[in-house]
Design a protein around this ligand. Sequence first.
Ligand code: ADP
Length: 180
Amino acid sequence: MSGHRRIGFYPGSFDPVTYGHLDIITRAARLVDVLVVAVGQHHAKPGLLTVEERLRVLEEALRPIREHAECEIRLAKYSVLTVEAAKRAGASVIIRGLRDGSDFDYEVRMAQTNATLDPDIETIFLAASPSARMISSTLIRQIAEMGGDIGQFVPMEAAEAVRRALKAKKSFSGAHADTE
Ligand code: ADP
């Protein structure tokens, strides 16, 4: 189909974006003409960074990748079902990363559910690169919360945003404790 641009949709929480995510983005960008990196908003799961902060950090982190990618990389946020958001973006594939067996079980179930909801959208999985396999945003938040250095797992903008968010959270709960 000449003239047809293949659009890929990479959804996630990106709270914060890690080198693991950036590895998937770099590799997915070689497979599609347009890659939409989309931050899902869950009202039940507010997370550490606000969706706007996650997008701002992603914007910075994507700059060097965009310079070298032949594919157009867009950023988006969504609060509807992932397949619905992918369809609205005009995507034919959803891209997900696979780290280990627990990712596999969850992701395959998710992919099958999404395929049932919309058979026109295919999910493809990219195996995590060995160097980034152990990185998860959850672990990053926990390390940072315990005062550890997250600089080797996330880009600088992400580390700064996490540090700022944790500081704000601490001073909020500190102020709270004082008034009780
Ligand atoms: P979600 O809440 O949707 O799982 P995440 O931001 O945690 O959002 O992850 C988004 C996607 O990126 C998922 O498919 C996840 O498996 C993948 N991913 C996360 N960390 C890594 C990593 N270190 N290497 C490869 N893929 C990863």
